[in-house]
Design a protein. Structure first.
Length: 159
């Protein structure tokens, strides 16, 4: 196992334990994070996002597998099971993560998941009917960004 594989394992083990501070410590100061909802978070923003999500989650189960890393790149598969805060509906989101490393830390982190599948679980009929549309995707992104902005306003260490 490589040092980079160990870092990915350390990151997801911290995630399972809801240890946002350890997750943040795995990131390079110039990290860039992106997924279908949070697009192009940089610097302290990814750490703020994880802290916000972990502190607001009433219930959360995280599992991960297929950790691989070599030549400055890595990947993992992971699953998060949680009730979506806005609807209370249970979500089982399957994700694939890709990583790039710099200075022994995660420098680029990109999560991919099926937004339509997620929206069907999280939003029910609305997600089923509109989850494939740019309209709903953009609305969810905007709401998430506003929530993150409010969180960082309350936590100046992330500015």
């Amino acid at each position: 196992m490589s040092v980079e594989s160990d870092l990915i394992n350390h990151f997801y083990t911290a995630f399972q334990q809801r240890d946002w501070a350890t997750m943040a410590a795995c990131y390079h100061p110039d990290v860039q994070f992106s997924d279908p909802v949070f697009i192009d978070l940089r610097g302290r923003q990814p750490a703020a996002m994880w802290r916000m999500l972990l502190e607001s989650a009433s219930e959360l189960s995280v599992s991960f597998s297929s950790v691989e890393a070599e030549n400055g790149q890595g990947s993992a598969s992971w699953v998060a099971i949680y009730p979506f805060s806005q609807t209370g509906r249970l979500v089982e989101n399957h994700m694939h993560a890709q990583f790039e490393f710099r200075d022994g830390l995660i420098w680029r982190h990109r999560d991919r998941f099926d937004f339509w599948a997620w929206s069907r679980m999280a939003l029910g009929p609305t997600g089923l009917l509109l989850g494939w549309t740019p309209f709903l995707r953009n609305k969810v992104r905007k709401t998430a960004q506003q929530r993150l902005a409010r969180f960082t306003d309350k936590h100046p260490e992330y500015r």
